[in-house]
Design a protein around this ligand. Structure first.
Ligand SMILES: [Cu+2]
Length: 179
C-alpha cells in the first residue's frame, strides 16, 4: 500500500516536471508572452524585413500611369524595357515590408523584437510612441543581420517601427489597448 502511494507520488512529480519542461520549451521556441506579477506581459516577436516583387507584361496589362516610386520610397518600379532587354514588354513592381506588420498589445506590456533583414542592404529605423516621441532612437539595419530592440508600451495608442529609407510604407504598427 505504502509503496503504491510512493509510486503514485513519484509519477505525479514526474508529470509535474514534464509539464514545467514543456512550458519552458514552448516559451523558448516560439514568439511568446510571459506574464508579470502586475499583469503586464513581455511579448517576444520575430519579425522579417523583406521585399516582395510582382511582374507582368505590357500586352497583359499596361504599366501604371502613376509611378509607384512617387507613392512611397518603399515601392519599386521597373518600366517595360528596364527589367529584361530580351523581354521589352515585361515590367515589375516591388515593396519593402516588415512582417508581421501589425500586432496588438496591452498598456504596460514589454515588446521585444528580434528582426532579421532578408532584403535591402540598408534600412534606417526607429520606434515612435503615440505622441511621436522616439522610444528607440534611429539606427541602421543591414541585410543578413539579426537585430534586437525593445520598448515598454507605456501609452495607449499606436507605436510604430518606421524605416525612413522606405517611408511611409515600410512600417510595423503596435496597437496598444488601455489596460
Ligand atoms: Cu527599409
Amino acid at each position: 500500500m505504502e509503496r503504491k502511494i510512493v509510486r503514485m507520488a513519484s509519477k505525479r512529480l514526474s508529470l509535474l516536471v514534464l509539464g514545467a519542461a514543456t512550458l519552458l520549451a514552448a516559451s523558448l521556441s516560439t514568439g511568446v508572452s510571459l506574464a508579470q506579477a502586475d499583469g503586464s506581459v513581455t511579448h517576444t516577436i520575430f519579425v522579417t524585413g523583406m521585399e516582395v516583387k510582382g511582374a507582368t507584361t505590357a500586352d497583359e496589362l499596361t504599366s501604371p500611369s502613376v509611378n509607384p516610386k512617387d507613392l512611397s520610397k518603399g515601392y519599386g518600379f521597373k518600366a517595360p524595357g528596364e527589367v529584361d532587354k530580351k523581354k521589352p514588354q515585361k515590367w515589375q513592381v516591388a515593396s519593402y515590408m516588415f512582417t508581421p506588420s501589425f500586432v496588438t498589445v496591452h498598456q504596460g506590456d514589454t515588446v521585444k523584437l528580434t528582426v532579421f533583414i532578408v532584403n535591402g542592404n540598408k534600412h534606417e529605423v526607429y520606434v515612435t510612441a503615440p505622441d511621436g516621441k522616439r522610444v528607440v532612437p534611429a539606427r541602421e539595419w543591414n541585410r543578413g543581420r539579426e537585430y534586437k530592440i525593445q520598448f515598454v508600451a507605456k501609452k495607449a495608442g499606436s507605436y510604430q517601427l518606421i524605416c525612413s529609407e522606405h517611408a511611409p510604407t515600410m512600417t510595423m504598427t503596435f496597437l496598444v489597448l488601455p489596460r
